[in-house]
Design a binder for this molecule. Structure first.
Ligand code: ZN
Length: 364
């Protein structure tokens, strides 16, 4: 039997005012010295400032670093890293959404220190997982080598539900879409284990499915402005992050529905349009991939509706043309076996799938 390693987050704080506990976590971990605090350029900068004040008040040295707005790739992360390359840093704190937490993961890995994730929204499971976004990983792997894109799980997560509650409503809905995606992701994983002999972890798959079920069970009550809803979604996202940590790969959390979302992101860069949030695209992908898998796609669609998530291209502000294009190329996006098989969908099959599931109304 092969040796297994599981690296999971150790300290998880969530609830109102959780950000005030940041110094307490540092003490528990035994970290002193200089904290590198990354935050965004607008809203999250203010929240980063609040967290920085708590740390300074407790005697920590804090180095602030602002992640610029827009898509981040290898170039952006390298220029951030250059600013702290020669600085002694004890730990990295990422205060923000996906981009900031991704940049924190990479910089912590390059500096050889731990990081704490302080999400300001609950939009995807990257807040708790070792993985970084598909486009960033691709950009780093291609320009610096795949070993430079290897990142770990956060040692701590501080999810202040009062902060998350005030994030734009679409972020929480997107988090729900990213979680519902686990239904199709786990089925794809099982398929790959049967057809391609990929290692499959029953334990990890169960945690991922449990996280998805938490959302579908509570779908009618989940409302972005409610603290209780934020708690449910954050718990489920942390569950998904742990499933990824246990598997040692994003397999339990990311299947053909994620390939579909990655394909849209890829096309958005190539063709210059604005993609929908990650979890929104994954939600649409889950409806269609569930149909292909012979799963309960109507149930998925219904639950997304109850959550107020887009279930059509139009509601997601995506053109039907892009949906079809993404469906036909998504099997090529990464080397991951799914229901799409090795050759993917033909254009006609893609039309039929999108029409049948109501994602598009008529052929573009
Ligand atoms: Zn995801």
């Amino acid at each position: 039997m092969a040796l297994e390693f599981i690296g999971c987050p150790r300290y998880i704080y969530f609830g109102p005012q959780a950000h005030r506990r940041v110094a307490e976590i540092m003490d528990t971990i035994g970290v002193r010295g200089t904290v590198l605090l990354l935050s965004g350029s607008s809203k999250t900068k203010k929240i980063g400032g609040m967290v920085g004040d708590v740390l300074r008040g407790e005697g920590f040295d804090v180095v602030d670093l602002e992640v610029p707005s827009g898509v981040i790739g290898a170039r952006e992360v390298c220029s951030l890293y250059e600013k702290v390359r020669n600085k002694g840093i004890s730990i990295v704190l990422g205060v923000g959404g996906g981009r900031v937490i991704d940049a924190s993961k990479v910089i912590a890995a390059w500096k050889g220190v731990e990081y704490i994730s302080v999400p300001t929204s609950a939009s995807h499971d990257g807040i708790a997982s070792p993985s970084i976004s598909f486009l960033l990983r691709k950009s780093i792997s291609e320009s610096l080598g795949p070993e430079k894109a290897v990142t770990r799980s956060p040692i701590g997560i501080i999810a202040d539900t009062e902060i998350i509650k005030n994030a734009p409503p679409i972020t929480l809905i997107s988090g729900c879409g990213d979680l519902i995606a686990k239904y199709t992701a786990v089925r794809d994983w099982k398929l790959a284990s049967v057809l391609k002999d990929e290692p499959f972890s029953e334990y990890s798959a169960s945690i991922a499915l449990l996280s998805a079920r938490l959302i579908t069970d509570h779908a009618p009550e989940i409302k972005p402005s409610l603290e209780e809803s934020c708690r449910i979604v954050v718990k489920a996202l942390i569950g998904s992050g742990i499933a990824i940590s246990v598997a040692g790969s994003s397999r339990p959390a990311s299947g053909s529905e994620h390939l579909f979302s990655h394909a849209i992101d890829y096309l958005s860069l190539k063709e210059g349009f604005k993609p929908a949030p990650h979890g929104i695209q994954c939600g649409l992908g889950t409806i269609m991939m569930s149909y292909l898998q012979g799963g309960e796609w109507e149930f998925i669609r219904q639950k997304l509706r109850e959550l107020g998530a887009p279930v059509t291209a139009e509601e997601a502000n995506l053109s039907p043309k892009i949906i079809i294009k993404a469906l036909t190329i998504c099997h090529t996006i990464r080397n991951r076996y799914t229901i799409l098989g090795d050759s993917g969908l033909t254009e006609n099959a893609a039309y039929k799938l999108a029409l049948k599931t109501g994602v598009i109304e008529k052929e573009p």
